[in-house]
Design a protein around this ligand. Structure first.
Ligand SMILES: Cc1cc2nc3c(=O)[nH]c(=O)nc-3n(C[C@H](O)[C@H](O)[C@H](O)COP(=O)(O)OP(=O)(O)OC[C@H]3O[C@@H](n4cnc5c(N)ncnc54)[C@H](O)[C@@H]3O)c2cc1C
Length: 295
């Protein structure tokens, strides 16, 4: 590892000022589960490492204006076990539960899951399907980004030097809605996904036709992605076998996977269609149950 300055500010303003001072040469550390490895491999060699651990106010999970807001320092384990998240957005709590091992989940943070921008990560997939937005701050400014615009390329988040992820905001599900996350991992239970799929379906009040759907995929391209062609097929449609097949095929066309030890590109494409069919059916069933409950 290269030699570096280490700073542990207690206030957000202080952290942002340090990042401005170091620009490209500064790196934030949150859980450290990815950064430490990248530094050991000399993939990154920051002059200054800024720990977020002691920064006040970044570790809360709260409901605000019809959305759940997760601070950047919330750990995966805290998200997974949060009664609030389990009750209001169970699909998101379940997604965090599926990440790696419990040791990783105790360390890795919500901000790190976004800023690391590894296309094999699970939380971004569900966050895209749920229509989340990322809160970003720099010294003297703040902006929000729809999450699907946050992933520029392989390991490349849409963050400028000096910017920090401070939170992610996730709208609660509208009435007559259901959501599902499926992580297909044929090797070991703590592996990254071969294919990950998240679907959110909102039905018309009749509980039969789809009003709106969002479908996101992970591990099958250089970024997590939204399968918009597949989503368009769902608007106004009723669920039957031919729809499930058409949506699976459209999702498959959105992928551009790599051959690797988790499967060939061809296998990942086929499994995308299969997993999309399953996730769609599950989300639709949940949306139907929600519509019935509302009547
Ligand atoms: C063995 C192993 C298995 C794993 N399996 C999975 C899995 O199956 N699914 C999954 O989703 N994840 C998995 N992970 C976790 C994932 O790959 C990342 O390691 C983790 O999400 C990074 O979070 P962190 O808080 O530890 O980030 P760090 O390691 O602290 O930081 C990672 C990067 O993000 C930047 N960063 C962190 N926080 C912020 C912030 N708030 N604002 C701006 N930049 C920031 C850092 O500068 C660095 O570039 C696994 C990790 C390991 C080590």
């Amino acid at each position: 590892m290269n030699a570096f300055d280490y700073r542990a500010p207690r206030a957000l303003d202080e952290a942002l000022a340090i990042l401005r001072e170091y620009g490209d040469d500064g790196r934030v550390i949150a859980g450290g589960t990815a950064l430490v490895t990248m530094m050991r491999q000399r993939l990154v060699q920051p002059r200054c490492v800024v720990s977020l651990r002691d920064v006040e106010g970044l570790g809360r999970i709260e409901v605000r204006n019809g959305a759940v807001r997760l601070g950047a320092l919330v750990t995966h384990r805290e998200a997974e076990t949060s009664p609030l998240l389990q009750e209001r957005l169970p699909v998101l709590a379940e997604t965090f539960r599926r990440v790696g091992t419990i040791r990783i989940r105790h360390m890795a943070t919500v901000g790190g899951a976004l800023a690391h921008a590894d296309p094999n990560q699970d939380p971004p997939v569900t966050l895209i399907a749920l229509g989340a937005s990322v809160e970003i701050q720099r010294a003297g400014g703040r902006r929000e980004s729809p999450i699907e615009k946050f992933f520029r390329d392989y390991y490349e988040p849409a963050l400028e030097p000096g910017e920090l992820v401070t939170a992610v905001t996730v709208p609660l599900l509208p009435a007559a809605s259901g959501a599902s996350f499926i992580k297909f991992l044929p090797r070991t239970a703590d592996d990254y996904a071969t294919v990950a799929v998240a679907v959110r379906v909102t039905l018309e009040p009749d509980g039969e036709r789809c009003r709106e759907a969002r479908l996101a995929l992970g591990s099958v391209a250089t970024t997590p992605l939204r399968a918009r062609e597949a989503e368009a097929l769902l608007a106004g449609a009723r669920l039957d076998e031919s729809l499930v097949k058409a949506v699976g095929d459209a999702a498959k066309r959105a992928t551009d996977p790599l051959d690797d030890h988790r499967g060939s590109a061809a296998y990942k494409r086929e499994m995308t269609a299969v997993m999309v069919g399953r996730a769609l059916t599950q989300a639709w069933e949940a949306a139907r149950a929600s519509a019935r409950g509302a009547r």
